[in-house]
Design a protein. Structure first.
Length: 365
C-alpha cells in the first residue's frame, strides 16, 4: 500500500512530528511519503500511483487542489483535522476567513474523505455536530496523551487505511477480476462448470482476490461465489471476510431478498415473475437495485419455467416490458444469464447503462 501524506510547510511542529512518527512506525508493507508543497505533491501524484492521500490540517486551499488531483487518479482520501475544525478554532477570523473557505472547499473536502481521523471524544463530538462526515474514527495522538504509544497509534492507523481500501472495492478491481467474478457467479448459480462454456480467468494478484472477497461479502453473494470457487477448484488466498470491515455510504441500507419483499405464495410462475419485475422496478426507481437481486432473478429463471408469451403480454400491459428487457441485459452482463433462458430479448440502451451505473456505484462513498 502506497500512501502520500500532505501537510502545509507552515503547519505546526506537532503535525510534522505526528507524520514523522507514523512514517517511522508503520510496517514494511506500507510505503509512506510526506510532502509539504503543492507543486511537489501534484508532481508526485502525476508520476506514480498512490492508494491513499492523507491530508493533515484544514483551511488550506492547496490541500483541496491536491485532493482533487488525487481523486481524478483513483487515490482515496483520508483527513486528520488536528483539532482545526473545533468551534474555538473556527471562530477565529470566522467571517473573513473561515466562512468563505468553508463554503468554497473545506466542507467538500471533509465530505469526500473516506475517513476522518479525530484524536479524542471531544473532537468527535464536534465533527458530529458539523455533520460533514459520519465516517469518523478516534485514534489518540501519542504526542499529547500517554494512553497510547507510537506503535499502537500506527497500528490503529493501519487498520483505518486497510478499512478504506476494503470499501467499494469494485472500482479498484481490474477487468480480469470483474470477469472472474461473473464466471464464479455463473458457476455458483448453476452448480455446473459446463455452463461456463469458456476458459475461466485465474487471478494471480493477492490484492485483487482480497478486493473480490470484500465485494461479494458487501453485495451479499459470498456463498454463491464460494460455491463457484469450489466447483472450479480455484486455488485462492485464505481470507476471513468477517475480519475485513469496510465503510459504507451514509444512505446505505442492507438489501432485502426478493422473496422477503414479495412473499412466496403465488398461483403461477408468471404471477411470481410479474411481482418480481414490479419489485425490481421499485428498487431501480430508488437506486436500490443490487447484484444480489440479479442473482436471485437468475436462479429463478434457470430453475422454473414460465409461459413466456403470456408473461410478455402481461408486462406490456403494465408498461414493464422494456424495463424487463433491460434487467435481462444487466443479468447477462453481471451473472452470465444465457439468452436462451430469458423470457424476452435483452435491451442495451442508455437507460440500461444508467441502471448499471447505479448498481456499480451503490457502495460508493
Amino acid at each position: 500500500m502506497r500512501i502520500l501524506h500532505y501537510y502545509a510547510s507552515n503547519a505546526p511542529e506537532a503535525i510534522t512530528q505526528y507524520v514523522r512518527i507514523l512514517c517511522e512506525q508503520m510496517g514494511t508493507e506500507v510505503e509512506m511519503e510526506p510532502v509539504t508543497t503543492v507543486h511537489e505533491a501534484l508532481q508526485m501524484l502525476r508520476d506514480r500511483h498512490y492508494d491513499l492521500l492523507h491530508i493533515h490540517g484544514c483551511w488550506q486551499h492547496a490541500a483541496y487542489r491536491i485532493a482533487r488531483q488525487a481523486q481524478r487518479r483513483g487515490t482515496r482520501l483520508v483527513v486528520t483535522p488536528h483539532g482545526q475544525l473545533e468551534p474555538w478554532t473556527m471562530k477565529q477570523r470566522y467571517w473573513k476567513e473561515k466562512l468563505p473557505k468553508r463554503l468554497l472547499f473545506q466542507r467538500t473536502l471533509i465530505q469526500q474523505a473516506y475517513a476522518v481521523i479525530v484524536q479524542g471524544k471531544m473532537e468527535e463530538e464536534c465533527m458530529t455536530k458539523l455533520g460533514w462526515n459520519r465516517r469518523t474514527v478516534i485514534i489518540r495522538n501519542c504526542l499529547i496523551t500517554n494512553s497510547i504509544n507510537a506503535s499502537e497509534m500506527a497500528q490503529q492507523m493501519w487498520k483505518v487505511y486497510r478499512k478504506v481500501m476494503d470499501s467499494n472495492t469494485l472500482e479498484l478491481m481490474t477487468e480480469d477480476t470483474k470477469l472472474t467474478l461473473r464466471q464464479l457467479l455463473k458457476v455458483g448459480i448453476t452448480g455446473d462448470q459446463r455452463w461456463l462454456g469458456e476458459s475461466y480467468v485465474t487471478i494471480t494478484d493477492h490484492n485483487q482476490w482480497r478486493m473480490l472477497y470484500c465485494h461479494v461479502h458487501q453485495e451479499q453473494v459470498a456463498e454463491i461465489v464460494r460455491r463457484g470457487i469450489n466447483i472450479l477448484h480455484v486455488d485462492t488466498p485464505d481470507f476471513d471476510i468477517h475480519q475485513m470491515p469496510c465503510f459504507m455510504p451514509d444512505v446505505y441500507e442492507p438489501p432485502k431478498t426478493i422473496e422477503e419483499a414479495i412473499g412466496m405464495q403465488f398461483a403461477t410462475e408468471n404471477d411470481r415473475l410479474m411481482a418480481t419485475f414490479r419489485h425490481l422496478r421499485r428498487l431501480a426507481m430508488h437506486s436500490r437495485l443490487t447484484l444480489s437481486h440479479l442473482t436471485e432473478l437468475d436462479k429463478e429463471l434457470r430453475n422454473h419455467d414460465c409461459a413466456e408469451d403470456q408473461l410478455c403480454d402481461a408486462l406490456k400491459e403494465r408498461h414493464l416490458y422494456q424495463f424487463a428487457r433491460r434487467i435481462m441485459q444487466l443479468t447477462s452482463d453481471l451473472t452470465g444469464l444465457d439468452e436462451g433462458l430469458m423470457p424476452m430479448p435483452p435491451l442495451d440502451d442508455r437507460q440500461t447503462r444508467h441502471l448499471r451505473k447505479h448498481i456499480d456505484n451503490h457502495l460508493k462513498i
